[in-house]
Design a protein around this ligand. Sequence first.
Ligand code: AHR
Length: 493
Amino acid sequence: MNAKIKAEKNKVISEISGRIYGSFIEHLGRAVYGGIYEPGHETADDMGFRKDVMKLVRELQVPIVRYPGGNFVSGYNWEDGTGPKEKRPRRMELAWMSTETNEVGIDEFQEWAKRAGTEVMMAVNLGTRGPEEARNLVEYCNSTTDTYYANKRRENGFEEPFNVKVWCLGNEMDGPWQIGHKTAEEYARVACETAKVMKWVDPSIELVASGSSNVDMPTWGTWERTVLRECYEHVDYLSLHNYYGNRENDTAAYLGQSLDMDRFIKVTAGICDEIKAELKSDKTLNLSFDEWNVWFHSNEQDKEIPKWQIAPPLLEDAYNLEDALVVGCLLITLLRNCDRVKMACLAQLVNVIAPIMTETGGKAWAQTIFFPFLDASVNGRGTALQTEVNCPTYSAGGKDAIPYVESVLVENDENTLTLFAVNRSLDDAVTIELEIPGYEDFKPVSQRVLTGDDLKAVNTADDPEAVKPFEATPGNELILPSKSWNMIRFERS
Ligand code: AHR
């Protein structure tokens, strides 16, 4: 099969915000306890953080990590995670029906983030709490004033503020599963008033309003309009969440699900612009796709997990090769929409629907989805170019024109280009004819490929490298093997 890819110098989508390679750690399952934190572990550092996990996180160059939830945040008292550990309460955690020890909280997580070389994206509880607790948390984290919560932070051993820049106004408040679920009108009011007082405490912060929890929410559209009419001038981003999965075991259809993400982004951006026009505003609202990933493998097994355990093994999807190809398509979709998507979080980072898995008391390893994320995060920085792909299409899963090739070209700097491409064909390799006016003196220097015969192959503690990329030397013809993720680097010759 042949495909034509054309991208022209100076025809750009946008500069890429590094924050689109964010991720997420929630107090859920073994993300925190047994994941990033395990004091008895042989690699634990002086604060109990696992250094084997830290090494993998650092490798991914994740610039921002959302915390502490997720559904968890809607029942969370942030004060529980501050100050002397022996005084911290154990709580019945209602989002995931677990026991939360609060051994790790705001105090520890900001230190973990520093060590991991990342910034914290903090979510505030707008489920059971409101503006008062949110403004107090901003003061605790960011203020240098001689006032109660800033002084509390100092008492707890942190003279310097944490300087958390990005804050989410609640989580999935449109979802009936949420603790303190709200109608759009209820959320719009509380989000607006919370945003005001948070910014009065620290005007430099950036705020994310909760958008739709997924594209199938019956309120998608009306939720955004109602919320933005109230909050537009008070917030900086609108969130989107969506998870994908191969529930029907139809690989061809599954690989096409990134088209749904594309539509979700474009329509939501359109709604933001509609409200901008309605309000005659000068401001363009950007998007934060702050929960995205594949999530379906663990759905059934999770129903069997008893309640009220500490760190139960919830949402532990074991990802296979086809999941990695879908994640690759989703990453390319984020890049192709990087004019509006300025933040995104792969949900999540460790153990819970995550690229990094651990055994409590044992090994840590990279799941299949680690590899496309690694390539994009490390090499997908710079400017995304408008990339035309002309290739055959196929029908599957109710869609009648899924292109076999998904691709985007990135100009990293004046001497380097990176092409990301997924070949969705399960049978045929694709030969690429690349037309790059303005870059005629660039030559391909390397190609990293993730593929394999078995689409269901996974990495495990005992076989951590069953699925991993290999390096190829691109020849005169660029070839994408069937069912593959590719990163092709070009340098000026
Ligand atoms: O990431 C897992 C859960 O998915 C989050 O807690 C919630 O926000 C979403 O529904």
